[in-house]
Design a protein around this ligand. Structure first.
Ligand code: FAD
Length: 407
């Protein structure tokens, strides 16, 4: 649709991670939108950029979730691609990271050729109440030297901005970068972190005892680094990071019946397992500890200081000086894209729930035509909302609603 000289896209998707791409490809596949009327917006130029970085950064080789959880809505799709024994691991036929990536690439190629993709930070969304159909106006600050704001119009928008920022514990906040310019303290999920830059023989402190840490440790040991793990809590072992019961009707009904935001948040916290690790990874970790590949302490970090090119870290039961500190401390416990969510709430009079979450309906519409997925859908979908299967659950709610809006 073109209004005056300005194109109105049928659908704009903010975020081209697993969630945004699952929904965008599914909307095209089901004929709800043509690629030419689809606008994809992301602050990074490559699709799945943050996914790629994060799995690379923690040296993860196989997914935690089963083969049925892919970008394709059909559960057997990923499994059908498995040919070599290295393509999956048991239990649950979990796909290898390269196989999952090939599967994603294939789906993007099949459905998104011809879609418009713009790189930049989405900073605001307004509802254009003066126009018939009341399309949205999406404001974007592009990357590169010309950082002039641009805006795009779309009849419907899906917000898929991913995860909250990495959690940086207090003692590590605001540490100076040493004079050689090499950042000695980085979070494993930060884009600037690159495990391949670590030199053989470095003395490294890993903080946190969750899945990212336990994937990373063997890779560091293989580089002949001297590796110490400090973790605040005992390691907890679960196959999945949220209770799978919430994928099905029994527990998701519990979420729906929860009367208040507080109750929903309580259900979320009780049935998510942040920081947990699957049994096979834990077994490997224990074996490596027994073989002396790394050492571990259970303690709370209380102070950190950069001294020259080293970092001195003090904990409740130990003190040490290291070449590098890698924080594997998960993500902040808050909804993603806080600033953007607040701006949209103000400009579109969209209601906010407890904790700054969008108050979305059962069809994940925050306001008519504006949908949320991933962490923003936590209070509706429940514990699996951020996972790959959370994108499938969001699709089942959003697509029928979109079909009514986009004619
Ligand atoms: C190391 C690791 C391993 C994981 N393994 C699994 C697994 O095996 N199985 C599983 O189910 N889950 C797993 N997860 C959870 C996983 O993160 C999600 O399943 C999935 O990656 C989330 O996808 P997403 O699209 O919501 O987020 P993201 O991949 O973070 O994508 C969000 C996108 O939105 C963009 N964006 C955000 N805000 C803006 C803005 N204002 N303007 C423009 N663009 C914006 C970002 O640039 C990004 O590209 C894992 C997570 C991590 C960190």
């Amino acid at each position: 649709m073109t209004k005056g000289r300005e194109k109105v896209f049928a659908l704009a998707v903010v975020g081209t991670g697993i969630h945004g791409l699952h929904l965008a490809t599914s909307a095209v596949e089901t004929g709800i939108v043509s690629p030419e009327n689809l606008l994809l917006l992301d602050r990074y130029p490559e699709n799945l950029f943050l996914w790629d970085r994060r799995v690379r950064n923690c040296c993860m080789d196989y997914l935690r979730s089963p083969a049925s959880h892919g970008l394709d809505p059909r559960f057997p799709a990923l499994r059908r691609l498995m040919r070599d024994p290295g393509d999956w691991t048991d239990p649950y036929h979990r796909p290898s990271v390269p196989l999952f990536r090939r599967h994603g690439e294939d789906r993007i190629r099949r459905f998104l050729g011809g879609a418009h993709r713009i790189t930049g930070e989405v900073t605001a969304i307004d509802r254009d109440d003066s126009s018939p159909g009341r399309p949205f106006r999406v404001a974007l600050r592009p990357e590169g030297p010309d950082r002039q704001y641009r805006s795009y119009r779309a009849a419907a928008v899906i917000l898929a901005p991913g995860m909250a920022p990495p959690c940086i514990p207090g003692p590590f906040q605001g540490l100076p970068v040493p004079s050689d310019g090499v950042e000695r303290v980085l979070h494993v999920h930060e884009v600037r972190f690159d495990p391949h830059r670590i030199q053989a023989g470095e003395e490294i402190l890993v903080v946190g005892g969750g899945i990212a840490a336990l994937h990373l440790l063997p890779a560091l040991a293989e580089r002949q680094c001297s590796v110490t793990l400090w973790r605040r809590d005992p390691i907890t072992v679960h196959q999945f990071d949220s209770d799978p019961c919430f994928i099905g009707p029994r527990c998701s009904g519990e979420m729906r019946r929860a009367g208040t935001d507080e109750e929903r948040i309580r259900l979320l916290r009780r049935n998510r397992r942040p920081g947990s690790v699957p049994p096979d990874l834990y077994r490997r970790y224990r074996e490596d500890l027994d073989r002396g590949r790394y050492s571990e302490r259970e303690l709370q970090v209380t102070e950190a200081e950069v001294i020259g090119a080293r970092v001195c870290v003090r904990g409740t039961a130990a003190v040490g000086t290291f070449d590098r500190v890698i924080l594997c401390t998960g993500f902040a416990d808050e909804p993603p894209a806080r600033g953007l969510v607040k701006t949209i709430a103000e400009r579109c009079s969209a209601p906010l729930a407890e904790g700054g979450y969008p108050r979305a309906g059962e069809d994940l519409a925050w306001i008519p035509g504006l949908y949320v997925t991933g962490g923003l859908a936590d209070l509706v979908i429940g514990p699996p909302a951020k996972n790959i299967i959370g994108a499938h659950l969001a699709r089942r709610r959003i697509l029928p609603a979109l079909r009514r809006i986009i004619r």
